[in-house]
Each structure stands twice: as C-alpha cells, then as structure tokens.
Design a binder for this molecule. Sequence first.
Ligand code: ADP
Ligand code: ZN
Length: 720
Amino acid sequence: MNIARAKEILKSQFGYDSFRMNQEQAIDAVLQKKDCVVLMPTGGGKSLCYQIPALMLDGLTVVISPLIALMKDQVDALKNNGVEAAFLNSTQTGREQTEVFQAVRSGKLKLLYVAPERLLQSGDQFIDFLKSINVSLFAIDEAHCISSWGHDFRPEYIQLGRLKRYFPDVPLIALTATADKLVRNDIVERLAIRNAALFVSSFNRPNIFYKIEPKRNSYARLLEYLESRRAESGIVYCLSRNSADSLAADLRDEGFDALAYHAGLDKEMRDKHQELFLKDEVKIIVATIAFGMGIDKSNVRFVVHMDLPKNIESYYQETGRAGRDGLESEALLFFSWGDINKLKGFAEVEGNKSQTEIMLKKLNTMGAFGDLKTCRRKFLLNYFSEELTEDCGHCDNCNTTFEKFDGTIIAQKALSAVYRTGQRFGLSYLIDFLRGSQAKTIRDEHKNLKTYGVGADVSKNNWFDYFKDLIEQGYLKQTEGTYPTIVLTEKSMDVLRGTERVELFKVTIKEDKREKSLVSKLEHEYLKDLFDELRQVRTVFAREENVPPYVIFSDATLIEMATFLPQSEDEMRKISGVGDLKLQKYGADFLEAITDYCDRNNLTSRINLKTPKREIKTRTKRDQSGQTTYDVSLDMFKSGLSIPEIAESRGIAISTVETHLVRFIPSGEVALDDLVHVNKIEAIRNAIIRLNAGFAVAPVKESLGEAYSYGEIRAVLATM
Ligand code: ADP
Ligand code: ZN
C-alpha cells in the first residue's frame, strides 16, 4: 500500500518509472519508522531513499549534509520537481535564514538541508527548535564522514551521535557510497542505531567502461582522446597542483575548453571553475583529487587519470564520477610502474609503521590492477567483496585477447642487452640500445657491442610490453628509487644459456563489443541533431533560472526524447525524468522543438518503442470472492506470469510476491526451482548452513551479495 503510493510519487514528482537497487526496500523501512543504513554507489540514487518518504510523512525531514556547496543545487533540483525544500548554512544572510525558519514553522516545508555544525552549534538551540516542530525523519548523507576509518573523516559528524538521544522516536537513515565494513560498523555504532536495517547495493557501475593504457606519450594520447570527445564533459585527474595548472593551460592552447581545480587556487576561483563546469559552460576540468567530493554533475562522460591513484578506493570513487545519469561513460588511466615508485614516498605515515604497511599494500594492489590481464570489473568488485560470476565484456581486457608465443629469442636479446651494458640502465635506454638508436644519449662504447641494434625489428611499444612481461615473470627485475634500473635475476642465466624457453604475451585487440550494450544501443539510435536542439532549449531555461542544466532535464532524459519523439503531453509523460511539474513548466517548449523537428524531417512518434509496459488484466474480482492475497499471487503465477509482472499488475513489491509464493513451497504447489535458478540453490544452502543463520535472511544475503535476492534465499530456507 505504502509502496504503491511511493511509486506514484516516483513517477509524478520525479518522472521515473521504477525503483533502482534497494530504493524500494529502504523507503519501505523508513516508512515503517525503522532506522537504516543505505550503501549505494555514487549515482545509485541515494537521495530518493529519503526524499520520497519526506513527501509521504507528516512533518519535516532534516537532511544533514557536509557539502555546503551542493545544498543550493540539491534544493533547486527539488523545487523544480515541485518539492518544498530549503537549506540553512553559513553562506546565507541573516534575513534569508529567518525566512527559512518561518517556512519551517509554517509547516509547508518538507525537506530542510543543514550542515552538521549548524545542527549542533550554540548549545542546543537548534535542537530545541527542532523539538518544537514535527520532525519526521533525519537523513544523514555521506555518513562515512563519521568514521575515522573512512577516507573523509569530519569531527563535527561525531556530534550526530546525540540525535538519537534527543529524538529516540524519529527514524534515522544514514547514506554513504563507502562499502568498507569497518566504516559501516562505525556508522551504526556512532549514530547509536544498533538495530538499523542495512541495505547494501552492488557497487557495479555497468555503464562505465574501464580502460588502462601504458603511460607513454600520455599527453599526446590525451589530446587524441579529447579530440574524439569534443562535445563531452570530463574530468582529468593529476597528482599535483602544478601539473593540473600546466596541463589545463596546455589544453587551452590546443583549443580545448579546460580549467584547473585544486586546493591551491583561492576559493573564489575554485567555486567559479566548479560552477562553470556544472553548468556545462566549460567542458573539461583538470584537477587534483581535491575536486569531486560531492560533484553532482550527472553527464560527466569520461574521467582520465594522468597519474596513478594511490589506492583502489580512490580510483573507484574518482572514476565513479562518470556516468551518474546511467549513460555510457569511460574511465581511462595511464599506468606506469614508475608511478608506483613515486607514490611509495607518499604512502609513508610518519611514526606509524603498521599504517604505512597498509598504505603500501593498497598501493601494490593498485599496481596489480594496472597490470591486470583479466576482467577489470571483476577485480574491482572482488576488492569490495562482491563477486561477479562472469567476465563483464565491458572493459579493455574483456575486449583483448592475450595470446602466448615462444618469446625465447626476444628474451635472450633483452637479457643480454641488460647484461652487456652492465645492469646500470633504465628501460628507455635499453630499448633505444636494442633498437640501435642514433641518439646522443647512447654511449659510444655501447654502440660497439654486439647486441646494439639487434632488436630494431621490434617496435618501441612492443619492447615496453615485452620488458614488462619479463619483469613480471621474474626474468628481470626493476630496482626501486627515483631512477630505477633493470637488473638480472637468478632466473636470467638459464635463458641466456639457452636452457630455458620463455613464453610472452602477444597483444591483440578484439572487436569492440561495446556496441552491444543496451545503453549504447539506445544512444546509437537517438537523433543527435535533435538532441543538440533540445540542449539549446534546456540552456535557455537553465540561464533564466540560474541553475545547472541537469536541474531542468538530465542528458538521459533528453536522449530519451530524441529517441522516442513524443508528440503530446501524454507521450511526454512517458519519458523517464518527466514528472508532473516539469511537464507543466517545460513540456510545451520541448514538445514544440520535437514536433518542429519531426515536421522538418518527416518523422512521427516512436513512443511505442519505449519498453512496452504490458497491460495485464488484474484478477481483483477473485480477491472479493474470499481468496487470500497469497492465493491471488499463486494463481497469477500458475497462469504463467513472471514475478515482476505479478508485482506490477498488483501494484505490490516484487519481494512481496516472492514472499507470497514461498509459502507454497512446502506444499509443493510451487517448486523451488521455479523461484531460484538451479545453479544458485547450492550456494544459498551452503551459506545458510555456514552462517548458522536460523531464519535470519539478512546475514545470508549480505554474505552472498547482489546476485542473490531475499526472495531466493527465503525460498531455499523454506525447503530446509
Ligand atoms: P547518489 O546520491 O546515490 O550519488 P543521486 O540520488 O544523486 O545519487 O541520484 C543520481 C541520479 O539518478 C539522479 O539524477 C537521480 O535523479 C537519478 N535517479 C535516482 N533514482 C532513480 C530511478 N529510480 N530511476 C531513474 N533515475 C533515478
Ligand atoms: Zn571485463
């Protein structure tokens, strides 16, 4: 019942057709006044988990967020969907704040965003104020800031632990994109919400294509890369402020629309650059990691790392800023082992040996990721304790075959080059030497050696790969330090003597499978010139209202319009992202642009191509004939409808239908393998036994991860 209403709001206020990930479960829990912790990747849709309950509950939802810079945009976006929202922070004048207080008192406000320090400053004044009104929910955004284990600890968050004491009956929802178990436990502990329901979503970001290239001529490669993405927005990360500044300047010289962002710029400049980027007025931000925390720009199409991030967490978080709108996006990293050596210095935590070790270990894992020959996504998810059963088919390695060949001769050439030059030179020198380079850097005495020039038939790039491979296989070693040299190992002699055969990898790129992915198929079919026209319409509104364009409509929404060509208000309403208020405010202008375009090009509506929502006749009549709700689900199931279809047609949650059907397992009316794929049964059963979980489903679910649903676990439980 409640959930059906939540779904209506999802469509009417936000314009979306269905919930994502654990949104539905989290909303359900909040509506039942349960505390909960929601873990969802960036862009997953955490905000709706409290925004929808805020609209359904009497009273005010207080959102605590550390991102003052973002509050205004968040509130603008809500207002634009017809939601009464406001924020309180230090950037406002006294008068503006008074107005907000009045709005709260009048009871018409549904959501209030406040900074944590504001909430608990000047004694308990603000708390007392909240006590005098009706607070229905506390939402704590970026909840990992409360944990000193996290990567972004904020001492003022600690104070939030008092909330539960002051408001024991008001539910509290904590949200974060940090998956770490230590952090998760800390959140529960410090917020004093021991009985909180936990909702963990998969951290997979299927629309991001992961790609790593060797860091060689990376500037030239970057130019080429950006050239092919002229119309798109992206972030380029650098390690240092200096390199961010100079790279941004170089890119501008090359005619790209790029600005720098780092902590060394004064605040005014930083804010300006960020704002221009958010508003699509500037396409590329060249930044240090100072940029990004809370960047809510949905149409970032690519993230490039010029230098290696210091651990997988940072890499995941930074690349995660791409593609929040769900459209095809790319993460490109330029990788070199040299960077690992450089970062080792930064990993040192003074006077703390064990912490230093942890950092170094994380750095090495990052190195392993850079050098990986198998599915990148599998590795990433695995790092976050999530299992991907199949290769993703959507990363560089999944699109590459690594073929082995007999590389003994090549190995002998490489090793003897190292040996003859006295094990005192680095990779580049050795490769130049092998290729018989005429460069002055090559010492004259080396030019007389027999090995000089014996590798001229192999390209520079291939030599790099072969050396890397030889190092990896232990036939050579790279020393540490600022100027690493290549030296022989105990395995080298056998190769030089000719008693050991060496296998090397030959790299070939498979055909690009990306076209097959759903998102790109959709993108493929949209009318690009219409999309550009719609963007112009959007820009006009955005400038008029002084908000970022995505607050009007996201790129994803415009792409849908340019794909399905809605011709009327009713058709427009079917576009994802078009809610009632936006339809009213902007509908006519966008419709005009579309119909005009269609007239010019002799096109008609394609709205019926949009995933047809099958109309299913419900059997509510039988309800009245005394059948229980379980029987109704069973009947529909027997008549051949799938679980999602039953849920849709009855307006209840999928999980509810599953619960209904599980009841019929003991009697045999529903078979276990009707509900659970046979391949999964064994794993679920084992997990239940291993965890000795009794009838508790949650721990089993947590251990099995996203690929297994609560319903499937309950079904197996029912047979045990
Ligand atoms: P997070 O806070 O988890 O990073 P947001 O709450 O900002 O993510 O949501 C990211 C984007 O996804 C927003 O543009 C939001 O409107 C959109 N979104 C959220 N839920 C849904 C949904 N159920 N269907 C479609 N889009 C959604
Ligand atoms: Zn893959």
